[in-house]
Design a binder for this molecule. Structure first.
Ligand SMILES: NC(=O)N[C@H]1NC(=O)NC1=O
Ligand SMILES: [Zn+2]
Ligand SMILES: [Zn+2]
Length: 570
């Protein structure tokens, strides 16, 4: 080697240690090195070829030759080692990974059932899953005579449906993980057939209102989620008029924004007014992502509280109901719908979309929404299982498990809500799973006015919808539309929400005919006791849940590793 023209090829750290000393803390990809011959130092970026190294010029010719000889001797060994590792990796790309992520020993398999719910109807046949995706769907009659399937899991008469996509859950992590948390919440979701959750920006601490706070969420979710989780960002007065802050939050990957038109119950998540919401919609238009709004507007209400014939007993549900009348929902929705005219085709906020969360009032509020939709506003609305399952008349004094906002209204309202859902005026369902610590539910006092408002339901939403929907003739296709297809589309997840070729293999297997006692089953919610559903029986038992092809839940057990992924918008 001609020492005068020697170029110092930067060695990899382990090979170089005998020739180069590495100093100080190693920042990712940047290391400080020094030359032992002349003591000069440099910073070195991994993998980059360095400029001519004067230090090496001082290395004697024989030393340089020695180095080269060693390198040549090591080369075949290293090549052999590298090919062995590569061979092992490509032969077995997912075995190591899958061993803990899935309760199945393979990644290419077939699921067969007599009731597979597809966008083209319920079929008897087989779904082929490979490396996390659905690669083929074969009807029973088309299968005959074809090659024998391998790795078949036959579910017989059990229903195979797209996994549920719950666009409204409060997992409270980080900061209030003692209320719920990513591990417990996503295990409950998996046990309930939910394969994707979108986490609300409030009830965690801090609220998700900036790039930095979103990053805290993502960090808290890392390796701790059993299903896929996306995040809504908060639209609050602090960021609403700050376009660059909102864009920063949207660029960081939130799937859309969420705001409140009344106090949220969380100090660092203040309510917005119409002008904040207008600003939010104008930014969201560029991103084509939705704004979700809690639509209740406090009015100076003439309440019956304390007047003759009325009761102001805080333990009585009717007292609470009177504090949040349907007119609050109606007033908020009326305001919102003056803004959504801007979302029409050709209007200034075309591309933005407004989604009204947890509608309870099935009367005037719903009529306003219907009109806005028919006028071309980009608007959708969800309701929740608790508004479809319960009615005010049945809620016993002091049973604050049922406290939520907007409140559960009377039985006639519930009937109309079902009608609207069946007629397609309510677009989708969500859990609004919003638990807290049992002591904040004030179960002992039974004070409806002071107890935390929020229903705990995540694990039960599928059997609840099915059981209470029987009376209305709910079909499997409707369930898939309300719980999977439409919410996936709201969240911008076009590869989720349907059993279709090319989609993520997110599926739930459940038995509509099996009735079970909730108290007999393992409950994965952090505080099962505060759920209004405990102590009841439901039909429709989940037996298996697949997330991107991984069998994450089977017969009461979860896969050992939490392999859900955070979903970030691009
Ligand atoms: N902060 C929070 O979770 N609030 C929820 N609880 C509830 O009952 N309705 C809500 O919006
Ligand atoms: Zn809400
Ligand atoms: Zn909520």
């Amino acid at each position: 080697m001609d020492s005068a023209s020697a170029v110092c090829h930067l060695p990899t750290p382990h090979v170089s240690k005998s020739h180069w000393s590495i100093h100080g803390p190693r920042f990712p990809h940047v290391t400080k090195i020094s030359c032992p011959v002349d003591g000069s130092t440099k910073t070195w970026r991994d993998g980059k070829r360095a400029p001519a190294c004067q230090s090496v010029l001082l290395v004697s010719k024989s030393a340089a030759e020695e180095m080269e000889a060693i390198q040549w001797k090591l080369l075949p060994l290293l090549t052999l080692l590298a090919s062995f590792l590569l061979f092992f990796y490509f032969q077995n790309p997912s075995k190591q990974y899958q061993k803990n992520c899935s309760l199945l020993p393979y990644q290419h398999y077939w699921i067969t059932s007599n009731r597979i719910v597809t966008p083209h109807g319920v079929i008897s046949g087989a779904v082929e899953v490979k490396e996390g995706k659905i690669v083929s769907i074969v009807k029973e009659e088309e299968k005959n005579g074809k090659t024998k399937l391998e790795n078949v899991i036959d579910y017989g008469e059990a229903v195979v449906m797209p996994g549920l996509v719950d666009v409204h859950a409060h997992l409270d992590d980080p900061g209030r993980a003692e209320w719920e948390g990513f591990p417990s919440g996503t295990q409950a979701a998996a046990a309930g057939g939910i394969t994707t959750l979108v986490d609300m920006p409030l009830n965690s601490d801090p609220s998700t209102v900036s790039r930095e706070t979103l990053q805290l969420k993502i960090k808290a979710a890392e390796s701790r989620i059993y299903v896929d989780v996306g995040f809504w960002g908060g639209l609050v007065p602090e960021n609403a008029f700050n376009a660059s802050a909102l864009e920063d939050l949207l660029n960081a990957g939130v799937l859309g924004l969420k705001s409140f038109m009344c106090p949220s119950g969380i100090n660092d998540f203040p309510m917005t007014n119409a002008s904040h919401i207008k600003e939010g919609l104008s930014i969201l238009a560029k991103y084509r992502r939705p704004l979700l709004v809690h639509a209740e507007k406090q009015l100076d209400f003439e309440s019956d509280l304390g007047v003759e014939g009325g009761s102001n007993d805080a333990r009585s549900y009717s007292t609470y109901l009177k504090t949040r009348p349907a007119s609050w929902e109606e007033a908020a929705i009326r305001d919102l719908l003056t803004l959504t005219k801007d979302t029409r085709i050709g209007a200034p906020a075309e591309g933005a979309h407004l989604h009204i969360v947890h509608l309870s009032d099935s009367s005037n509020s719903l009529d306003l929404i219907k009109d806005a939709k028919s006028g071309g506003d980009s608007v959708t609305v969800e309701t929740c299982p608790h508004y479809l399952a319960f009615s005010a008349e049945e809620i016993r004094d002091g049973d604050t498990r049922f406290k939520c906002s907007p409140p559960i209204r009377d039985a006639a309202n519930k009937e109309k809500l079902w009608e609207a859902l069946l007629a397609g005026h309510v677009d989708m369902l969500s859990s609004d799973h919003s638990p807290t610590l049992p002591e904040l539910k004030l179960l002992d006092d039974g004070d409806f006015l002071r107890a935390w408002g929020g229903i705990s339901s995540l694990q039960f939403v599928l059997p609840v919808t099915w059981s209470y929907g029987q009376k209305y003739g709910v079909t499997l296709e409707q369930l898939a539309l309300w719980w999977s297809k439409r919410p996936a589309s709201l969240a911008g997840q076009e590869l989720k929400g349907a059993i279709a070729i090319g989609n993520h293999a997110d599926m739930v297997v459940w038995d509509p005919d099996v009735e079970f006692d909730l108290d007999d089953d393992p409950i994965y919610l952090k505080h099962a006791g505060i759920s209004a559903y405990m102590g009841t029986k439901l039909s429709g038992k989940v037996s298996a849940t697949f997330v991107r092809g991984n069998l994450v839940f089977k017969e009461g057990k979860h896969a050992p590793a939490a392999c859900g992924v955070p979903i970030l918008a691009k």
